[in-house]
Write a protein that binds this ligand. Structure first.
Ligand SMILES: Cc1cc2nc3c(=O)[nH]c(=O)nc-3n(C[C@H](O)[C@H](O)[C@H](O)COP(=O)(O)OP(=O)(O)OC[C@H]3O[C@@H](n4cnc5c(N)ncnc54)[C@H](O)[C@@H]3O)c2cc1C
Length: 347
């Protein structure tokens, strides 16, 4: 019941699949290192390359988020200005394919750049509070008749017998197990690795999203970004990327994150203040479910006619690609089962 599973359930439901059960060890509201979704930022800043399937996933998701941001304020999504500063020249960052998708994309004038910054760009895009959005997705699933069941599976085959509505096994299982795809029996994908990301959530207002590439005191694997979550969700300061299952907050990393955030967005604190001016709500650690070859969206058939559609390995883009990845998974489900109205599905 992460963003991948919940979104896939909704997309299957919209297609007409009637009997769907989401089986999960963790549900919205839970906090666990094994459950990536609640720990994300979240913003919509595509990292996909032009002309790839991943670009298509991001485009599909933009359309869905646009509708949610305008029609469903309770979903925890708003549109916010994102200002990106660059301390060094980096031409590849000047040719974003999503220029025409996001709103009011433009390069900053020299007069708008802070000292030491070489160039910058700004546009408007989505900022999502994952804690609100996950609950919203679950409520939307429930209101559409999708069932939920708690279970900690040792093997993917167990999912077939956990279907809620009848004693018959499910016709198909969709595997959206995120980082635990590396451990789940029958899947055990050793190309899925945990990329630890550390964030600081503060009460201070940033008035938008900011990032600074090449900021001072930024060791490899650390970044500088700031985003103001909707509906009083606080301001997220990030971030980091390190290959490890380590669950601990590293306070040296946290201190550097806070210092860099103030460099990129001085209005976070009063003039003259440093990180002591930040009102910290909490520090957090989450794991991005990174898969070497990118997400696995694939149909697999195990002996005994057990059909599985995999949809995991969303890395650091599981929210912004979620609706597109779910649509790709739907195509695989449709390939496996040609009569949607008769299908029993499980996630
Ligand atoms: C610090 C940080 C910042 C991020 N920022 C962004 C961002 O700005 N934008 C963005 O798009 N993405 C961002 N991400 C990435 C995003 O969080 C992930 O890609 C996404 O949450 C993956 O979701 P998922 O549903 O695939 O996995 P998960 O959220 O981990 O969900 C997996 C589900 O499967 C269940 N499950 C697994 N194994 C079993 C089992 N054996 N039995 C039963 N249930 C099982 C779990 O209980 C859980 O419910 C960020 C991540 C981090 C850590």
């Amino acid at each position: 019941a992460g963003v991948t599973g919940l979104t896939t359930a909704l997309v299957l439901r919209r297609e007409g699949y009637k009997n769907i059960t989401v089986v999960a060890k963790h549900m919205p509201g839970d906090r666990s290192l094994e459950y990536s979704s609640p720990w994300a930022g979240v913003n919509y800043v595509p990292v996909s390359e032009k002309g790839t399937a991943a670009e298509e996933w991001d485009r599909i998701s933009w359309t869905e988020f646009w509708r949610l941001a305008h029609e469903c304020p309770e979903a925890g999504i708003h549109i916010q200005k994102k200002v990106s500063y660059f301390v060094t020249d980096s031409d590849d960052e000047k040719n974003d394919w999503f220029k025409d998708l996001v709103l009011n994309y433009r390069f900053l004038d020299e007069s708008e750049l802070p000292p030491g910054v070489k160039w910058g760009k700004e546009y408007e895009t989505f900022c999502i509070d994952p804690t609100i959005y996950l609950v919203y997705l679950k409520i939307r699933c429930t209101s559409q008749g999708i069932q939920f069941k708690r279970a900690n599976l040792s093997h993917i085959k167990e999912a077939f017998s956990l279907y809620s509505n009848t004693s018959e096994p499910a016709a198909l299982v969709v595997n959206c197990t995120g980082i635990l795809a590396s451990k789940l029996g029958g899947v055990e994908d050793d190309t899925v690795v945990p990329i630890k990301g550390q964030l600081v959530l503060v009460r201070n207002e940033s008035g938008g999203m900011f990032s600074m590439t090449g900021a001072k005191d930024c060791p490899p694997g650390e970044y500088c970004y700031v985003m103001n979550r909707p509906s009083g969700g606080g301001t997220v300061l990030g971030g980091s990327s390190h290959l490890t299952w380590d669950p601990e907050v590293d306070m040296d990393v946290a201190k550097r994150i806070m210092q860099r955030a103030i460099e990129a967005c001085p209005q976070l604190v009063k003039p003259g203040e440093g990180i002591e001016g930040l009102d910290v709500i909490h520090h957090s650690v989450g794991l991005r479910p990174v898969r070497e070859e990118g997400p696995r969206i694939e149909l697999e058939e195990l002996p005994g006619n057990l059909k599985i559609v995999h949809n995991y390995g969303a890395g650091g883009f599981g929210f912004q690609s979620s609706w597109g990845m779910a649509s790709a998974a739907l195509q695989k489900v449709n390939m496996a089962i040609r009569t949607p109205s008769q299908v029993r599905g499980r996630l």
